[in-house]
Design a protein around this ligand. Structure first.
Ligand SMILES: [Zn+2]
Length: 445
């Protein structure tokens, strides 16, 4: 208020001065007088503005202070609150309210931060803001008396779609060619995961193979925050063009499907031959029927008369087509960086199946028999995960999911929508495109 008094004093003094000088020039033209009076009025208004807007200016140049704590590994909410001087009782009350009102579960190291807000640097903490990922904020009111009221604030997410395409350069990898095409690393890794059972990214890559990815980008106030789902992939694999489309069923479950609406996430079949009876299970130890002594059975035996066609349990590349004393005629297929399968005691190999042949899931690779160390015709089937034999009947495999007729119909409509989006982004890559019905990607755990 002192400043206001001062300003009023200045105005008074200035006005008095002006009046004096005006009296001296009392005989000047009327127009000049008017101009002088307008000038005086403007000075008065300007000074008034300065005085009356002082409080508002104070609010803009606030003295509010922020202590921002970045969550590190090993940090807990209690630990961080304790370090800021909160008592055990307050910490308990805050935790309870967080769970109840904001469905808060846990802090994530390296990602979350907590802002402790004070009115000024000497005031007690008035507000705690937990930034729980880029899309969630929780504000805790620390007013007196402290009720620790929590409010969850969701940050509006603007999901747009991006289209990137490229081609494997000579001597290059998919990874480098995809980076070259401007595909973000996280999206490339998602592509690897989706195509894992379709192709071997070390051995099935050739110069000139074309690919594209349509994926979501999440924006907040026009700033890109992260990438969302992959919506469509196309890859010229060795065995032909592979296409995948993301589809969200009416019940909210999502999956990837090929251009015909069949489940695109290929996996391994636990039993390569349908309805075959298991005659010997996988076990760490068992008495070998021929050798007589106890030895691990590294696979599963299926009853199969000689000549029964044996299909590949999954698509991949044949890495062995050979004979040994134990397995007899056998075929080994590498499906991806993780899985290999082996088929033993075959009477003969299928035509055209050689080391290096790329096979599809279900393609016949040989015929059942009793070659090698075997007591009768059967298929001995092994699954090798990261170099270790695992039980084909229990190993965790991605589910193979097919759509029913109704979902297939909706899928085809969505696919057409995705295709027209791709076309329009190809024609005009700089436009902003949103697909209204793609549900938002939750933060990765
Ligand atoms: Zn066996």
């Amino acid at each position: 208020m002192a400043s206001m008094k001062k300003a009023k004093f200045i105005i008074k003094k200035m006005s008095a001065g002006l009046v004096k000088s005006l009296k001296k020039v009392g005989n000047v033209h009327v127009l000049s007088r008017i101009i002088i009076w307008i000038a005086v009025a403007m000075v008065v208004i300007a000074l008034g503005v300065v005085c009356f807007y002082r409080p508002a200016r104070d609010a803009v140049f606030s003295t509010e202070t922020h202590t921002i704590v970045h969550v590190k590994s090993g940090d807990t909410l209690s630990k961080i609150l304790g370090e800021q001087g909160f008592s055990m009782r307050d910490i308990d009350a805050i935790s309870k309210n967080l769970k109840k009102d904001a469905e808060f579960t846990t802090l994530r190291a390296g990602r979350d931060k907590i802002d402790f807000v004070r009115e000024n640097e000497n005031a007690p903490i008035s507000k705690i803001v937990i930034e729980n990922g880029p899309w969630n904020k929780i504000e805790i009111d620390c007013g007196t008396p402290s009720t620790w009221q929590c409010q969850k604030i969701e940050i509006a997410r603007d999901t747009r779609v991006a289209f990137k395409h490229g081609e494997i350069a000579k001597g290059s990898s998919f990874y480098l060619s995809a980076m070259e095409a401007g595909i973000p690393e996280g999206v490339i890794l998602d592509v690897y995961d989706l195509l894992a059972f379709e192709m071997d990214f070390e051995r099935d890559i050739r110069a000139g193979q074309k690919f594209y990815v349509l994926y979501e980008e999440n924006f907040s106030s026009d700033k890109k925050v992260d990438n969302g789902h992959i919506l469509a992939i196309s890859f010229d694999a060795l065995r032909g063009n592979v296409q995948m489309y993301r589809y969200v069923k009416p019940d909210g479950k999502s999956g990837y499907y090929d251009e015909n609406g069949n489940g695109a996430i290929k996996s391994l079949k636990r039993t390569p031959i349908n309805n075959a009876k298991i005659t010997s299970s996988f076990s760490g130890k068992r008495k070998h029927p021929v050798l007589g002594y106890t030895r691990a059975h590294k696979g599963v035996d299926f009853r199969a008369p000689t000549g029964t066609p044996i299909p590949a349990a999954g698509s991949g590349r044949v890495i062995a087509r050979s004979y040994n004393r134990g397995h007899g005629n056998f075929v080994k297929i590498r499906h991806n960086g993780t899985f290999e399968t082996l088929y033993a005691h075959l009477s003969k190999f299928a035509k055209g199946v050689n080391v290096g042949t790329v096979v599809r899931q279900g393609q016949i690779i040989g015929y059942a028999g009793s070659t090698g160390m075997s007591t009768g015709p059967h298929l001995h089937y092994e699954v090798i995960k990261n170099g270790v034999h695992v039980n084909p009947m229990t190993v965790k495999l991605p589910a193979i999911d097919n759509l029913d007729a109704n979902n297939k119909k909706i899928f085809m409509e969505k696919k057409a929508q995705i295709e027209s989006t791709i076309k329009s982004l190809q024609d005009n890559p700089n436009q902003i495109v949103r697909l209204g019905d793609t549900e938002q990607k939750k933060d990765k755990k």
